[in-house]
Design a binder for this molecule. Sequence first.
Ligand SMILES: N[C@@H](CCC[C@H](N)C(=O)O)C(=O)O
Length: 328
Amino acid sequence: MKLLKVHGSENDFYMLDATQFEQSLTESQIKQLAVTICKRNGAGLGDGADGLLYVDKADHLGPLGKMRVINADGSEASMCGNGLRSVSRYLAEQNNEQSFTVETMAADLPVAKMTDLAAGVPTYRVQIAPVSFAAAALKMHVNREAQKLIDQTIEELDSNLRFTAVAVPNPHLIAFVDEETIKGDQLGELGRYLNDGHNPIFPDGVNVSFVQIQGANQIFVRTFERGVGYTNACGTGMSAASLISVLLHGDQINNDVDITVKNPGGMVMTHVHQFKDESQDTIDLIGNATFVRNVTIDLEDALNGNFEQAQFTDTGEQTSYEKFVASL
Ligand SMILES: N[C@@H](CCC[C@H](N)C(=O)O)C(=O)O
């Protein structure tokens, strides 16, 4: 089996092209593979990963391919912004196309190759959509079954932080904080509680992001992800944070020019497109799609967590990415 280790803003994944198999993997094999290879600290394949990007043929005419996203804990997500950039690059290079759509769980999304952010840093734009603020879409039960949560406190969580919840279409909970809070432990405490599978507010879990406004059209976002934990960046989280920044802090963050979104793993650009009907809103997410290494391993070995025979070949792209981050 061939795998590709990829990342977007150091949110890292193993990408698996399902078309290489004569017989499709079963659902339980896909989940088991994600859980086994993504483990960190030497327990998984290589340095592990935040998730598995499962690339397959599209189910219908139009898209160049289909992306499924399996988190490191084996749960499936409806969307992954950082992952979609790498999948877009993979499909672009396989099919010699620059602009096309990719099927995802909730929508076929337009993607395109862009000018590289820096030398040796391949860059793609992906659309993040559909957007919904509805509690039902978020599977959220908050503040006596409020239908939306926009810039409100949640007393059970914190009496000062003001939260906004939005599905893009995976669920996100966003709060604007100061520099000390963004660096502190509260994000992890909230993230662990809201993703414990028992809490009454988000029983299915939620991605939690703290956002700091750093200047005109510049924000910093740190995310605790559902199904993973802290990640270096979350593409849908940064897109959701950009939309909420425009909504709540339009004096500093607006749609006139791209928004610069810094994160612990690097930087992306976003652009929010707003419509009268907010369910039509979309966000462009522009950032690196770095292929770090090719991996070859026997499928049965990978499923059984036996990684001794795995072969790794670095692409050399990571050096260019690190140079780019150092220049920020
Ligand atoms: N890292 C991703 C989001 C992956 C899915 C998320 N953990 C979820 O369960 O919703 C991104 O870049 O968007």
